[in-house]
Design a protein around this ligand. Structure first.
Ligand SMILES: O=C(O)CCC(=O)C(=O)O
Ligand SMILES: [Fe+2]
Length: 270
């Protein structure tokens, strides 16, 4: 069964490391991720994200049309709340695990989903490749967070209106995990993807909609960073080429590794 989440589940422990197997470095194009989750407690909605531009450090940057990097958007306290929520989902109803790929590979990333369960290459309500359990509900507070994220990224108070993400893939990367270039394309909606990063910095490669090769831009995603891709970039290829171990601030709630949450609108009913 699934391996525990080194460095994540046991965040009080020694700076952990490696997860079960890192044999696979999964290409999402070829593999997937998935997960499941289970009820969690909502981070306090009272503490909103920072205003655009208020983060220390790097400025907001449009990486490609519709693809925005907003560094330091999530305050540390909010990061910790998300880590706590994700830790709960990682435990069940379907535990986080390394997704198996159709051709026998295993992803190096560990994933758990909420709302809908993703496995290569479709969404279901139950985690059929894990334990068959129905995944945790997608909480209202995360819908709100997604709406705030769009408003901040697009610098438009109305940008989040009507945005109702119904699934999130929650990925945990140890120091060796990677994610191959892929498109998020199982969704039947063109609504933007909202990505939040916590813990160690990674190199996020954001490319184009035609090919998984160049042209692309490598972006350092650090703890608290928001990345949104919508509009003409919604179906661009992207991936994680490397994690930089030891770069995260333990005050974010993770002593090692990287957590990434991507919210999406599946466009599915039922
Ligand atoms: O970890 C990341 O920053 C990207 C994750 C991703 O692309 C995905 O879950 O589809
Ligand atoms: Fe993706």
């Amino acid at each position: 069964m699934s391996t525990p989440l080194p460095g994540f589940e046991n965040i009080e422990g020694p700076g952990g490391t490696d997860g079960a197997d890192r044999t696979g470095r999964a290409d999402r194009t070829e593999g997937a991720e998935h997960g499941n989750g289970h009820g969690s407690r909502a981070p306090h909605a009272s503490q909103g994200p920072r205003q655009p531009g208020a983060a220390a450090g790097a400025p907001r940057r449009e990486i490609a049309p519709g693809a925005i990097h907003l560094p330091g958007w999530l305050p540390l306290a909010r990061q910790r709340e998300l880590v706590t929520a994700c830790r709960g989902w990682a435990q069940g109803p379907a535990p986080i695990r390394h997704t198996k790929l159709p051709r026998g590979g295993v992803m190096s990333v560990q994933t758990v989903c909420i709302g809908w369960h993703w496995q290569p290459y479709s969404y279901t309500r139950t985690a059929d490749d894990v334990n068959g359990a129905r995944v945790a509900a997608f909480p209202d507070w995360m819908v709100e967070l997604g709406r705030h994220a769009l408003a901040a990224a697009y610098q438009d108070a109305t940008a989040g209106h009507g945005y109702t993400p119904d699934t999130a893939l929650i990925n945990f990367y140890d120091g060796q995990a990677k994610l191959g270039m892929h498109q998020d394309k199982e969704e039947r909606s063109p609504a933007p993807v909202v990505s939040l990063s916590i813990g160690d910095t990674c190199v996020f490669r954001f490319g184009n909609t035609e090919t998984r090769t160049k042209p692309y831009t490598d972006v350092e995603l650090a703890s608290g960073d928001l990345f949104v891709f919508g509009g003409p970039s919604r179906f661009a290829y992207h991936g994680v080429t490397k994690v930089r171990p030891g770069t995260g601030d333990p005050a974010c709630g993770l002593t090692s590794g990287r957590l990434n949450i991507t919210m999406r609108v599946t466009g599915l009913d039922g």
